[in-house]
Design a protein around this ligand. Structure first.
Ligand code: GLY
Ligand code: MN
Ligand code: MN
Length: 497
């Protein structure tokens, strides 16, 4: 298949839409949010602060970006809702030529209205404006990086109080009776349904990411370093107009292919191993998420084919379920059924539904054996965040839902050691040990991105080779320097003010 054709098509769509979300859509989002509030009041949306050092990368907070599209640090949006009528103000840093020599040009207060339709205000006046708006009491609806609502990836870890928490603390100290309602969840509810413009940008992210996955196949060979593959992929993202990688690229060969979030990417690959590559781009702020697993020497071994075949069949089983009205759990059940059966056939577990003793001396517990090789979820929504939100999180998928399906199997060389040493487990360990030795260090994940259509789905990452024969054919084609897709770059350039 011609690599450039889908790239050109998506680029054409992106350039038609300007490769950015139109200002009218930001207004629609803001209005939807204020309409969802229980009544009149003041809405405050805090953007991310300037990094400690201005040479550090700046990441705008996603909810602020979603509501304003404004990407300068230390900004805030205030909307006063009175008798159902909204008055919006955007607080920004002023133009300052002496400072701009470090940070580059700012929009400045005077540029805000033409760009956003909001009234421009200087950031230093935010406290004073809020003080006068809140003087008569009322509720402050707040969107920001708050520790209470944010949670943490680390179970049991308390998040320290953030700069946004401290901002609200200072307001509360000045307004004793102030009621503050965290409305981050309201923004996330809006983000769960993607607009046509957002879907076009996600498709661009997917297309660029898929092109990078195809391109690296032309260079992978024994002796090459994982970081070379990472560099080539990330170079390809940026070269095609993407903002950069949408998460830390995972490029794991041999034993590293079985480590789920391996991202040191510093090992040299060897003949006979697999390479597991979870790499994708941000495009105009939107994420794709793709994983491909390939043989380092260009030809799948019989053992690698065994594992790959099961994972691919699991993904296909989940895919077949995708259409509006279906719960994600249905996809999960379909994929897991295939994984369980496949593992049993290979002798890696005793039977599809077999369990093992995973408890402690104090507390008996049984775990499914397939979980020794498949430890993560089947997929997640994508959007502004690589782990985003979708309507299916609270029900069923709908037309326009966009998410990954990413089954995997990871045979770690020490899998048997994960099984507790109990008399009941001894027979299981002995039984699966030969199969674990045969498949040791093969970690396969296959991850694609899907948009739900009226009747089924569109696999928007189809440009990345997925069938084993296609991967082998593509790897046999060694090429020179990668071509640049000027259409994507042009679409990206047009998105700049
Ligand atoms: N790349 C992160 C994930 O697959 O969820
Ligand atoms: Mn993923
Ligand atoms: Mn991924």
């Amino acid at each position: 298949m011609n690599v450039l054709r889908p790239l050109v098509l998506v680029a054409a769509l992106a350039s038609l839409l300007g490769a950015q979300v139109p200002q009218s859509e930001y207004l629609t989002r803001r209005t939807a949010l204020t309409r969802s509030l229980p009544g009149d009041g003041v809405l405050l949306v805090l953007g991310a602060p300037e990094p400690k050092e201005n040479y550090q990368n700046f990441w705008q907070s996603q909810n602020f970006r979603y509501l304003t599209g404004f990407l300068e640090p230390s900004s805030a949006l205030v909307i006063v809702r009175h008798r159902g009528v909204d008055r919006g103000m955007l607080f920004v840093e002023p133009r300052d030529p002496a400072q701009e020599v470090w940070t580059g040009e700012r929009l400045g207060v005077e540029g805000v209205n033409a760009r956003t339709g909001l009234q421009g205000r200087e950031a230093s006046t935010l406290h004073g404006v809020l003080d006068s708006l809140l003087a008569g009491g009322g509720t402050l609806f707040a969107v920001g990086d708050f520790s209470a609502g944010g949670g943490s990836d680390v179970p049991g870890a308390a998040r320290p109080r953030t700069a946004d928490d401290q901002f609200i603390d200072r307001l509360k100290a000045r307004h004793r009776n102030l009621k503050v309602a965290d409305v981050n969840a309201g923004v996330m509810r809006l983000r769960a349904s993607k607009s046509a413009g957002e879907l076009a940008l996600i498709r661009s992210a997917a297309t660029v990411s898929a092109a990078a996955h195809r391109e690296v196949l032309h260079t992978i060979a024994p002796g090459m370093a994982e970081f070379e593959v990472q560099a080539l992929a990330e170079y390809t993202f940026r070269r095609n107009g993407a903002d950069g990688p949408s998460y830390g690229s995972i490029v794991g060969s041999g034993p590293n292919s079985t480590t789920l979030h391996y991202n040191k990417n510093d090992r040299f690959m060897r003949d006979g191993e697999v390479l597991n590559m979870d790499m994708a781009a941000y495009y105009a702020g939107y994420s794709a998420d793709i994983t491909r697993t390939v043989p380092v020497n260009g030809v799948f071994s019989p053992a690698q084919r065994d594992i790959y075949t099961i994972v691919l069949a699991a993904q296909a089983a989940a895919e077949r379920q995708v259409k509006p009205g279906v719960a994600f759990r249905v996809l999960d059940d379909s994929a897991v059924t295939v994984l369980r059966r496949g593992l049993a056939t290979l002798g890696l577990i005793e039977a599809p539904n077999a369990t093992y003793d995973c408890g402690t001396p104090e507390r008996a517990e049984r775990c499914p054996q397939y979980r020794l090789y498949y430890m993560h979820g089947l997929g997640h929504p994508i959007g502004l965040d690589v782990h985003d939100v979708d309507v299916y999180s609270t029900g069923a998928m709908a037309e326009g839902s966009v998410f990954t399906i990413e089954p995997g199997l990871y045979v770690r060389a020490n899998t048997v050691d994960v099984i507790p040493d109990t008399p009941a487990n001894a027979a299981l360990k002995a039984k699966i040990a030969p199969a674990v030795r045969r498949y040791a260090n093969i970690g396969v994940r296959i991850e694609d991105d899907y948009v739900v259509t009226a009747t089924g789905y569109d696999r928007i990452t189809a440009g990345a080779p997925r069938e084993m024969d296609e991967i082998e054919r593509e790897m046999a084609r060694k090429s020179g320097p990668p071509a640049r897709d000027s259409a994507q770059v042009d679409a990206y350039r047009k998105s700049k003010p």
